[in-house]
Design a protein around this ligand. Structure first.
Ligand code: PEP
Ligand code: MG
Length: 580
């Protein structure tokens, strides 16, 4: 029977294929008694399974580190730590001896208890750790029972994976040429699965709630990763529609890839800096693949997520240097940590906040925890030896905050000088303009910084008082609101008056419906998702700056959102999702 589902679209593209449903292997709590004389043997069997699991994880760690890189292999270090947790090791041994129950009985009970206690925690980050414990538990359990579950690394045919959730060890070890897409019950836009899917450019949909119970192995499915739509057992019409859409996408991509080497230049010769946003250093290859010049936003907090410990200075250095080296001589703008908001890090021991988006987020957290901030600044400075890095501070609310952050940067520079460690002393230093207080004081900030980058995602959220992750309020989240457009113009004027450039790295820059308007307002750089680069480039290359300026002037004169929408809808011949 034909069924459709809608989830959170996290990685675009259309794929049609056979489903492979991964069973959610919850461990069965089978209470099995053992005679006294078998207790020692049972403990030995349990320890052997632990040892085998430890070795498996170490092998996986080495393999992933070699093939994909350090960032993705870190999770296995965390898994080794969990494996060493007394609740899962010494306690199990103790209870096998005292209760005279099988290793499976005691171990599954301990794992479930630990999972439960993680799940009870309100904090989103710690909650996610329950999955790690479950992942490890299943591995040990497999080695205890000798079961041979097919892993994603063993897949023989091309499939689309359906699962309750995919563990980090599943996603990093899967055979990429066989896995054409994945869909999971759990997960959000910033979950590990979502990030990996985008980095691998595999269509993916998460947060589907119970998709894994509604699809069977071998079902024919269509996954539209751009719309977050899944059709199970599609009819002839669906197949015709999506086969056409796929072909169009393939043709479009082939057409767009011809633009890779061409500049983002208007028909009347104005060059726009078109760069891309990345979240992990491996995405640098997508920046080149899609024809962007460098990185306009490196969201460095992703190195801090999905793990149990803090990344060391060395690890951070390696990540930044790898991106800088790969993209040299193009520049990479490293944004300092933007933790908080919807990106938590519980092991920093921060207290829970009622309104995390208005709380200790980004630069505020960094100024409150200078040791954390300075470690990152040291890593960035050390990675700047090729002279193609720039630093940008997020969530700056005014000039004092910028000067405080800059002072810490100066302190780190002077430490490095004392230690005779080379770095780029001339590195540009910019701020994100994403809080109305910063845009209202842009004239003051412009005197102090080298550049601005507008974070439209947050600027819209904080200006319109619309939570950017609240799906129920999404209808009121509109980049075309006159309050936003006026701010953009004021920010540009303030920067240009001081001879500074202005970029935009929020999602607004990735939407082709806004490209002409934004360059017409005077934005000098657009930094988009890597996949959006070719389309934005195409629009820029088919417009003139005089036309773009005319659009901007008309739009800025309107008083209401409705007028702007009507006008922009006409400009985009109906292809404008915010104009409806
Ligand atoms: C923004 O706010 O527009 C931005 C680019 O930063 P982030 O989405 O990481 O908050
Ligand atoms: Mg932001």
């Amino acid at each position: 029977m034909r069924k459709t589902f809608k989830g959170i679209a996290v990685s675009s593209g259309v794929v049609i294929g056979k489903a492979l449903v991964l069973p959610d292997q919850e461990m069965l709590v089978i209470k099995k008694a053992i005679p006294e004389e078998k207790v020692a043997g049972e403990v030995a069997r349990f320890n052997a399974a632990l040892e085998k699991t430890r070795n498996e994880i170490k092998i996986m760690h080495a393999k992933v580190k070699k093939e994909i890189g350090g960032k993705h292999s870190n999770i296995f270090e965390a898994h080794l730590m969990i494996l060493g947790d007394p609740a899962l090791t010494t306690d199990v041994e103790k209870h096998i001896k005292s209760e005279k129950l099988s290793a499976e009985s005691i171990f599954s009970r301990s794992v479930n208890k630990l999972v439960e206690s993680f799940e009870k925690i309100e904090d989103a980050y710690l909650k996610e750790r329950a999955n790690d414990v479950r992942d490890i538990g299943k591995r040990v359990f497999k080695n205890l029972t000798g079961s041979t579950r097919e892993t994603l690394a063993d897949i023989k045919d091309e499939v689309i994976i359906f699962a309750r959730d995919l563990s980090p060890s599943d996603t990093v070890t899967m055979k990429r040429e066989k896995v054409k897409g994945f869909c999971t019950d759990l997960g959000g836009k910033t979950s590990h699965t979502a990030i990996i899917a985008r980095a691998l450019e595999i269509p993916a949909i998460v947060g589907l709630q119970n998709i894994s119970q509604n699809v069977s192995d071998g079902d024919l499915v269509i996954v539209d990763g751009s719309l977050g739509v899944i059709i199970v057992n599609p009819n002839e019409e669906d197949l015709k529609h999506y086969n056409r859409k796929r072909e169009e996408l393939i043709k479009q991509n082939a057409e767009l890839s011809k633009l890779r080497e061409l500049p983002a230049e208007t028909l009347d010769g104005y060059k726009i800096e078109l760069s891309a946003n990345i979240e992990i250093e491996d995405e640098a290859k997508l920046v080149v693949k899609h024809g962007a010049v460098g990185v306009g936003l490196f969201r460095t907090e992703f190195l801090f997520l999905n793990r149990l410990d803090l990344p060391t200075e060395e690890e951070q250095y390696n990540s930044y240097f790898k991106a800088a080296e790969f993209l040299y001589p193009n520049s990479v703008i490293i944004r300092t940590l933007d933790l908080g908001g919807d990106k938590f890090l519980s092991h920093l021991g921060l207290s829970k906040e009622e309104n995390p988006f208005l709380g200790l987020r980004a630069i505020r957290l960094c100024l409150a925890r200078p040791e954390l901030f300075k470690t990152q600044l040291r890593a960035i400075l050390r990675a700047s030896e090729l002279k193609n890095l720039k630093i940008m501070f997020p969530m700056i609310s005014g000039v004092e905050e910028f000067l405080k952050a800059k002072k810490l940067l100066e302190e780190v520079k002077s430490d490095l000088k004392k230690e005779k460690i080379a770095f780029d002393n001339e590195m540009d230093l910019g701020v994100m303009i994403e809080i109305p207080s910063a845009s209202l004081t842009a004239d003051i900030l412009a005197k102090e910084v080298d550049f601005f980058s507008i974070g439209s995602n947050d600027l819209i959220q904080y200006t319109l008082a619309i939570d950017r992750v609240n799906a129920n309020m999404a209808h009121m989240y509109n980049p075309l609101h006159p309050s936003i457009l006026r701010q953009l113009k004021k920010i540009v004027m303030a920067a240009h008056k001081e001879g500074k450039w202005v970029g935009m790295c929020g999602e607004m820059a990735s939407d082709t419906a806004f490209s002409a308007l934004l360059i017409g307002i005077g934005i000098d750089e657009l930094s988009t998702a890597p996949v959006a680069v070719p389309e934005v480039k195409k629009v820029i290359r088919s417009t003139t700056m005089s036309e773009a300026k005319k659009i901007a002037a008309e739009v800025l004169a309107f008083q209401t959102l409705d007028e702007v929408k009507l006008y922009m809808n006409a400009v985009n011949k109906g292809a404008c999702k915010y104009c409806k």
